[in-house]
Design a protein around this ligand. Sequence first.
Ligand SMILES: Nc1ncnc2c1ncn2[C@@H]1O[C@H](COP(=O)(O)OP(=O)(O)OP(=O)(O)O)[C@@H](O)[C@H]1O
Ligand SMILES: [Mg+2]
Length: 271
Amino acid sequence: MVDSRTPQRAATEPEIATPALVRIENVSKEYHLGDASLLALRQINLNIHSGVFMALAGPSGSGKTTLLNLIGCIDTPTNGRIVIAGLDVTGRTADELATLRALTIGFIFQTFNLLPVLSAQENVEYPLLQFEELSAAGRRERVMHFLDLVGLREFARHRPNQLSGGQRQRVAIARALAVQPKMVLADEPTANLDHKTGKGILRLMRRLNRQTGVTFVFSTHDQRVIDMADRRVDLEDGEIIRLGMRSGKQWTYAMERANPDADDDDNDDQK
Ligand SMILES: Nc1ncnc2c1ncn2[C@@H]1O[C@H](COP(=O)(O)OP(=O)(O)OP(=O)(O)O)[C@@H](O)[C@H]1O
Ligand SMILES: [Mg+2]
């Protein structure tokens, strides 16, 4: 799989031999609306290795948010099994899932979801209150460390309405990372930002992925954002149609459904 033309391998190249951080096995998700039912995900099989920077791509309605919600234990599959960090999360109670979520998963949302009455610093601190072993001083130190990482130390006392969109998303990133999760899930993290700011947010996420080794999984329809990932999962009508791995500027597709669109006839020499 090594591309000799691109000596710089991703710093976070996953350790193939270790078990995946997330294992999704034969997962389907059906929604019911009155008498009608809708199969939002069909027979999804996917391994997410620790340390990857993974994009879920696909048109509106293809199942990206549904899949992120299942990985994030916000929702449960209709069929199939999801194993996170060795723990089978299928069939757990809502309380058990909430605990697992709080300890292992950080979330970043399209609309930032900051609490408007709290300052940047307090927003980052809020999820840390669940850790009884952390002293107030320890909490503050951690908050400032993560605000620093996202370049917002001087804005610690600003409330969300005193920050730009990009700055708000950076607070949300600091908040997600401050719990020191195993992975961060981001649903369209750049959708409410202009392209330049969105790209800056993605660059920041990628730098944090490399620096901290935290796994990132994010959804997007923006091709330019997808190209910043090192793994991509292409969804269409609730199915995975393609799995890609990036090496340098080139994508190699590990799996591709028969009869894909004819727009990807380049750089398939490593298949
Ligand atoms: N709570 C729900 N109840 C019923 N149907 C739902 C629900 N949530 C999603 N769906 C349907 O499931 C399918 C997948 O939706 P999902 O939100 O996962 O798509 P998406 O890829 O995230 O789209 P977008 O890019 O627009 O955010 C869609 O057809 C949607 O209408
Ligand atoms: Mg969505």
